[in-house]
Design a protein around this ligand. Structure first.
Ligand code: NAD
Ligand code: ZN
Length: 248
């Protein structure tokens, strides 16, 4: 019964994607869980072990060394080992087949790009760059940069910060306006592995829905979206569901 149900839903989702002239994926930490990167929220989430204060800008500027030690451990030592999984590859393949136009990701792990997705909007920035907190000079990430913490600018000796969004920081442009544009023009959004609890990112699918976008959602459990804006809920792992959608 259950498997018949999911088959029907997969067919519905495929039908929506086939008939769409612009499709956008919107991904959260859940798409990278099967690459070995834990999400923040939930049972095995990072926040159950680590105090989120270390990603607060005020804390970062007050205790840069302490903050950087945690940042390095969590975002650099563990991300370096992570490889794209079948969900990332399936999204890239869906793009190659002409069925997916853009990926908006809240993730900072670069795995969509590594898998080959061409148009990726990084809503929260990236871990792949550091930026000087004083002169704005940018640095591609290297082991050497992180050998002495906190890393400092060779230009002005100020502290470098990862080029991703900390608590209390605004969403970078043009990621914000490009995402709003997707919410305006997409016929279909595919939400993957996102709780809908992270503001203001969570507003993007809601704005899309208000503009008439149909919503396909993939998640192992219900999210804030499931009973509110989702049209087709594919309950299951990102890898499994994306491989099924690839049979389009
Ligand atoms: P989130 O909103 O990104 O939630 C994670 C969601 O993934 C949950 O709804 C969970 O049910 C779902 N999920 C878990 N495993 C899954 C699987 N195998 N398949 C499908 N769905 C699965 O919330 P968060 O984790 O609290 O993240 C907060 C913010 O931090 C987000 O912007 C997130 O993108 C970012 N973050 C990024 C990374 C990364 O770059 N990989 C890691 C952690 C958090
Ligand atoms: Zn500088």
């Amino acid at each position: 019964m259950e498997s018949q149900n999911i088959k029907d839903k997969l067919n519905q989702a495929i039908e929506l994607i086939r008939n769409s002239s612009h499709t956008t994926a919107f991904t959260g930490a859940g798409v990278s869980v099967e690459s070995g990167i834990p999400p923040f929220r939930g049972e095995n989430g990072l926040w159950s072990k680590i105090d989120p204060v270390f990603l607060d800008t005020l804390y970062f500027y007050k205790y840069p060394e302490k903050s950087w030690r945690l940042i390095k451990e969590i975002f650099y030592d563990s991300f370096r080992k992570a490889k794209p999984n079948d969900a990332h590859y399936a999204l890239a393949e869906l793009g190659n087949k002409g069925f997916l136009d853009v990926v908006i990701t809240q993730n900072i792990d670069n795995l969509h790009q590594q898998a080959g997705s061409k148009k990726v909007i990084e809503f929260h920035g990236t871990s792949q760059r550091l930026v000087c907190t004083n002169c704005g000079r940018q640095y591609g990430i290297t082991e050497e940069l992180l050998s002495i913490l906190p890393p400092k600018c060779i230009n002005c000796s100020s502290i470098l910060k990862p080029d991703f969004v900390f608590f209390g920081e605004p969403i970078p442009e043009p990621a914000r306006s490009h995402s709003l544009n997707e919410a305006k023009i997409a016929d279909v959004f595919i939400l993957i592995g996102t709780t809908g609890e992270v503001q203001p990112a969570s507003m993007i699918p809601i704005i899309a829905k208000n503009n008439g976008t149909r919503i396909i959602e993939i998640n192992i459990e219900d999210s804030k979206y499931t009973d509110s804006i989702t049209d087709v809920f594919l309950k299951g792992k990102a890898t499994e569901m994306m491989l099924n959608l690839l049979k389009i």
